[in-house]
Design a protein around this ligand. Sequence first.
Ligand code: ARG
Ligand code: ZN
Length: 877
Amino acid sequence: MRDANPQPVYLSEYQSPAFEVEDLELDFDLAAATTEVTTRMAVRRNPQAAEPGAPLRLYGDGVELVSLTVDGAEPGEGMLEEDADGLLLHGLPEAARLEIVSRCHPEQNTALEGLYASSGNLCTQCEPEGFRRITFFPDRPDVLTTYRVRLEADRAQYPVLLANGNRVEAGELDGGRHYAVWEDPFLKPSYLFALVAGDLACQRDTFTTMSGREVQLELYVEAHNADRCDHALASLKRAMRYDEEAFGREYDLDVYMIVAVDDFNMGAMENKGLNLFNAKYVLASPDTATDDDFVAIESVIAHEYFHNWSGNRVTCRDWFQLSLKEGLTVFRDQEFTTDCTLYGVKRIDDVSLLRAHQFPEDAGPLAHPVRPDHYAEINNFYTLTVYEKGAELIRMLRTLIGRETFRRGLDVYFERFDGQAVTTDDFVAVMAEVSGRDLTAFKRWYTQAGTPHVTAATAQDGSTGEFRISLGQYTPPTPGQEHKEPVVIPVRVAMLDDDGRRIRGRLEGGPEQDEWVLELDRSERSFHFDELSATPRAVSWLRGFSAPVILEANQSATTLAHLLAHDDDAFSRWEAAQTLMRRAIRARIEDDAADSVLEAEIQHALAALLEDPAIEPVLLATILQLPPPRELAELFDCVDPVRLRAERDALEARLYAPLADRLRERQPKLDDIDNGAFTADAMGQRRLRNRLLALRVAAGDESAVPEVLEQYRKARSQTMRMGALNAINDLNHEARALLLADFERRYHDDPLVLDKYFGLQAASQVSGGFDRLEYLLQHPGFRWSNPNRVRAVLGPFMARNERHFHQADGEGYHRIAGFVEKLDRMNPQTAARLVQPLTRWRKVDPARGEQMRAELERLAALEISRDLRDVIERALA
Ligand code: ARG
Ligand code: ZN
């Protein structure tokens, strides 16, 4: 694990495997202290291999080799070589049968990769390279085979024994032991292998597929959580139906299992037929989970389910291709949530996430292309760029070639590559083929890092009536990529008249339309419109956020207010308000004075919005929110984060204080909306009430505080309870202390809910943050070995507690570096994520930047994991 100098792997050095594995049998003698694995496989030389006589590489990481035979015999002299990556078998014949006996130690596995113990159960996480921690194997995604898995364990301790595929045999054994045999008929790479042994309750349901097959759905949780499974099961069934209806994809096995695990590094894992989930993305009841939790659960359940086609049936050739499955699957889950949950602001929420997290990643030292060309530690590439920007690339492809052609392309892709491990180039090639378009230039999106800036301007020729749009693009340099080529950017536009209606016209002699997709495929391009039905009052740019770019359109405040009031595109409406607010913050920070004219205009526009009876509550709630500090920081080369947060909060107070009465009047009544209904409408009303309440508190409206107390006390749902707590969390008021103490008492033995308490305390700007932090880390509900607990405390502390994390004396950075050091010894993957806020040292003021950098240097001088070293070295480069 300790690694002084991580050696990068290069895409250009890809070689197909020397051997294929024709079939595989795994026998597990399971126990928490030591598990013995017998691995039997038939290997055959790969006709496509580059080197004819190459050795067989069997990766192994921390696995003890007990014995190994080739065709039943000990390997001859010099045949078996052990090295840092595992084993090499030299001089193998054309085909051979191997049997390997090995041991691993689940209970000691705190990294949570490979086979590990969680709450007394045994489970696995193999993506990307965890299988080599279980046994010796050609653990790479382009080695696909069929698995037959026999699990044997103590019956009382592990009554449930699960693996991928179908259970073909089970029975009792002497000495209180039992066994089960599972067969997965589908070819799969080792990263999709999973097993579970535990004492778990099973919630069942069934689903009938489009061709009439009945699939058993099984959700395994600890017995005390059995009453929190309904939402996950309902979500699964909706996702299964949606994938049939929207994408023509049917499930293929007879059983689909999901297991909730307490200790889990990521969100969930799409192992064939046996998904493993962070319990956080399964368990929900109205009393314990907020609406946002419900939506997140539904989308993660759908995401993992959709992987069955985009990831499992068609998988990745190598880990550089990770976005082939992740970008596509995120795109698919976004579509599902948009279409199926009818959740009005899904696109806006996705864009917010991208801007607040992926844009900074793409502008910082860890920037990398959606398809990277080298990595030192692949675990560090499960990023927002690979996932969320990757999904944006899929969305742009659909915009460029049209929905129907795109859908046809997906059908061809799944059909042609079923059972294979392929590349993002293969995916784009199919889309080029079905659309008849040359997508060579588009592929730069996959290979170039950085967020493009798009400049947009308009000109009207008074005499001819011709209207012209000029677009330009520029992508700043990123590490290792000084010079950028232009990419293909679909800019969806419409024009609004004085009444806010869409104007009709023709683009360069084309058909009459009222919305266009302009393809900016060079550094600069102009587009000519004629026969416009009216003079444009405002251009609605980048509708639906048609490309992941930063738009610089220089629109006047009046134009933006017009868009905010009238645009029929929800994203564009929201964006108009965001642009206005960003401009106000920028004025305050750069000119050191508020632009009172601008602020009055914004206030006027917001007041009008609050009076608009037609606007959907959820959209209103979303528009009223100021951009988060994390996103605002991107407006500046570097900025004092404490000041930025303070200016943002001050702007919020200035804008909303005079609107306090309107905010109160617009608030839906608690009794009308706290009804446990998970409809888009009910969730929207709740979001609106919570947002308005929080804005009133932020604006200093004292009458809001008793209402917060009342809402907390009367709340029947976690959404309304958390709404109250969030509203008051930065207020130094006894009400805050009272409610938080109540919450802690109420949920002290409910870890997932207690995490919310941890988050509130850690994020609060109220003074004494370091004492609170210490209190949380000593809390009986806290455990360093559980990633959810660590993230619940330290995540919000770094992301939202500017006052303490960025305290001028560097105390916050120093503490975090200490926690990273401690955590790295247990769980390198989580440590490598936790350290990331410190990597943004160039984006804060030089004094703070120097302190952050010094902490990174200090860590770099220690013996740390490869995961952590990779991140720190890139951050310091
Ligand atoms: N494939 C999983 C998902 O996105 C993520 C697994 C990543 N695991 C990891 N240890 N990096 O659904
Ligand atoms: Zn995924």
